[in-house]
Design a protein around this ligand. Structure first.
Ligand SMILES: NC(=O)c1ccc[n+]([C@@H]2O[C@H](COP(=O)([O-])OP(=O)(O)OC[C@H]3O[C@@H](n4cnc5c(N)ncnc54)[C@H](OP(=O)(O)O)[C@@H]3O)[C@@H](O)[C@H]2O)c1
Length: 291
């Protein structure tokens, strides 16, 4: 019998990659849910519709990739951010507990500041600097009310294919190709992993079904400047025109030292998380396929 996976947020950047990977696994059947372009298209703030969807699919596993990820939008509509990034997570976690469904909730790394390339463990102290961080952290706590739930802290990069709303990578590639000068942050650090890579890792997690908090990310921490220059060099063989810039110039205060320590995930899985070179190579592979 195939494992039934119900994927919330399937039309988003990560949702696409998870759907693509899981749906070609012979032992898995994926059911998608999002506001649009999904098997179940509805607003997740409708609790009854969420319950009906779960009762109709009867999944073995639920993965939640839905969120408001735009930091500015979370500031300007704090209520909307709370409802999807936190309250909805509790609705899912409770229904999973009620029906014995394994719950995987995707969280963020937007919790650490002022320590540059430090790799933060799952136990490190968090700092909540904006509404995105507050609502995502609240979502983690709500997910963990279900003792069997898995919460994944990560930093993801990838493609989504919505022309009017480019992802970070889509924006970076578009700007590199336009030869416009880029402002590259020298003081903003992440351990970004490609969505295609984390999709495979989530599949492996779903087999083992661990509970609690896990970081899943690249094994390397890099500044956004280093990341984009490497991306440009590997994809196009040149560096774009750029000036050094600071993340502190953005209107809303952001966490700046987002590196994650991945040894707990590596010990569970028995293999290493990808380094920066492998992440860029994986992005290049997907770019060549879809360009
Ligand atoms: N992107 C990053 O840089 C990043 C970094 C670290 C962690 N993460 C985490 O990774 C996860 C996935 O992020 P992502 O970048 O894939 O996000 P995304 O591309 O914005 O996808 C989120 C999806 O959720 C849907 N959604 C949101 N509110 C909904 C609602 N009320 N009803 C139905 N659908 C709704 C969105 O639909 P609409 O677009 O129509 O609203 C969208 O398709 C999130 O938990 C995020 O916090 C992301």
């Amino acid at each position: 019998m195939k494992t039934k996976v119900l994927l919330f947020g399937s039309d988003g950047m990560l949702g696409h990659a998870v759907n693509n990977y899981f749906s070609v696994q012979p032992d898995t059947a994926v059911y998608t849910a999002d506001r649009a372009n999904a098997d179940y298209s509805f607003d997740f703030l409708d609790d009854t519709a969420v319950k009906n969807c779960i009762e109709s699919v009867k999944p073995d596993v639920i993965i939640n990739c839905a969120a408001i990820v735009n930091v500015g939008l979370c500031e300007s509509d704090k209520g909307a951010a709370y409802l999807i990034n936190a309250r909805f997570v509790h609705i899912l976690a409770s229904l999973c507990q009620l029906y014995g469904i394994y719950f995987i909730h995707i969280s963020t790394d937007h919790y650490y500041s002022g320590d540059t390339i430090k790799k933060h463990t799952e136990e490190d102290k968090v700092e909540l600097l904006n509404e995105y961080a507050r609502t995502k952290y609240c979502g983690e706590q709500f997910a963990l009310v279900n003792p069997d739930a898995l919460v994944v802290r990560t930093n993801i990069v990838g493609f989504r294919g919505r022309e009017n709303a480019p992802t970070f990578i889509e924006w970076a590639i578009g700007t590199i190709l336009s030869k416009q000068r880029m402002n590259l942050f020298t003081d903003f650090y992440t351990s970004s992993i490609h969505t295609v890579q984390i999709a495979k890792i989530l599949y492996d997690f779903a087999k083992i079904k661990p509970h609690g908090l896990y970081n899943i990310a690249s094994a390397d921490v890099s500044s956004k400047k280093e990341f984009i220059l490497k991306l440009s060099e590997q994809l196009f063989g040149f560096y774009p025109p750029y000036i050094d810039a600071s993340v502190n110039t953005l209107d809303c205060k952001r966490a700046d030292s987002l590196g994650l320590c991945v040894t707990k995930a590596e010990a569970l899985l028995g293999y290493k998380m990808p380094g920066l070179e492998e992440v860029i190579f994986s992005i290049k592979k997907e770019y060549e396929k879809i360009k």
